[in-house]
Ligand binder design. Structure first.
Ligand code: IPE
Ligand code: IPE
Ligand code: MG
Length: 224
């Protein structure tokens, strides 16, 4: 059986789900949060150490301001309401991405990260204003600045995911087979599962099916 430490998820399909069921994309985002809670719980049950969730990409700023504002309000409310509960569950929250939000949100994110920094049960990496290309460019710039050698270890150590093992599993819901600028360096050898269901319809059973399949896969890493 394969060891399983890290699951990364592109939580796609909220907008379509909301439109279909409530004629509102934003409703889909709201329901998507319920799935997030289910998957956090299931990750703990499966003894997974790292769960990386793609919540907002560097490209998502292209969306209408009303949707972007709604998403950030949702995030703010979620953190304000749940951070103490997450802390109680021994969950560590880390933000990956460029933290250049409003003063208020930056402060809240920092508070959540500080509050939970010593927790050991599950680390949630929340990808917020995250883009893989800009992450890699930053890493190369940092290496240059510090006059370090360009090699795999040095690049990995300059990414937001420093000290986090690469994802074993990458899941994308929403019936779309693309990566949308997510963890391009880190998923070189991840097992990828593209799922037809939209994110709000995805549940712990679907998650457990993927994990079961993963555990039995033959992973080669270039060998035979
Ligand atoms: C993913 O769902 C959530 C975010 C990008 C914030 P979408 O909003 O992309 O949903 P679809 O793909 O439009 O249905
Ligand atoms: C990827 O989904 C980003 C998140 C899930 C946060 P998108 O819906 O933004 O991806 P594209 O634009 O369809 O590729
Ligand atoms: Mg989408």
């Amino acid at each position: 059986m394969n060891p399983l430490k890290h699951v990364a998820i592109i939580m796609d399909g909220n907008g379509r789900w909301g439109l279909k069921n409530y004629n509102s994309r934003n409703k889909g985002h709201r329901y998507g949060l319920k799935t997030v809670e289910k998957i956090i719980k299931a990750s703990i049950q499966n003894k997974i150490s790292f769960l990386t969730l793609y919540a907002f990409s560097t490209e998502n700023w292209k969306r209408p301001i009303s949707e972007v504002s709604y998403l950030f309000k949702l995030l703010e409310n979620f953190l304000n309401n749940k951070i103490f509960d997450l802390h109680k569950q021994q969950i560590k929250l880390k933000i990956i991405g460029k933290k250049n939000f409003s003063k208020k949100l930056n402060k809240l994110l920092l508070f959540c990260e500080n509050k939970t920094k010593n927790n050991k049960k599950l680390q949630i990496n929340l990808a917020l204003n995250y883009g893989s290309k800009s992450e890699i460019i930053n890493a190369v710039k940092l290496i240059n600045k510090n006059k370090k050698k360009i090699n795999e270890t040095n690049i990995s150590n300059c990414l937001y995911t420093k000290n986090i093992p690469d994802p074993d599993i990458l899941i994308r819901t929403g019936n779309t087979n693309r990566l949308s600028n997510f963890l391009l360096w880190q998923i070189s050898y991840s097992e990828i599962f593209f799922i037809k269901k939209l994110w709000p319809d995805f549940n712990e059973k679907d998650y457990n099916v993927i994990i079961k399949k993963f555990l039995k896969l033959k992973r080669n890493f270039g060998s035979i």
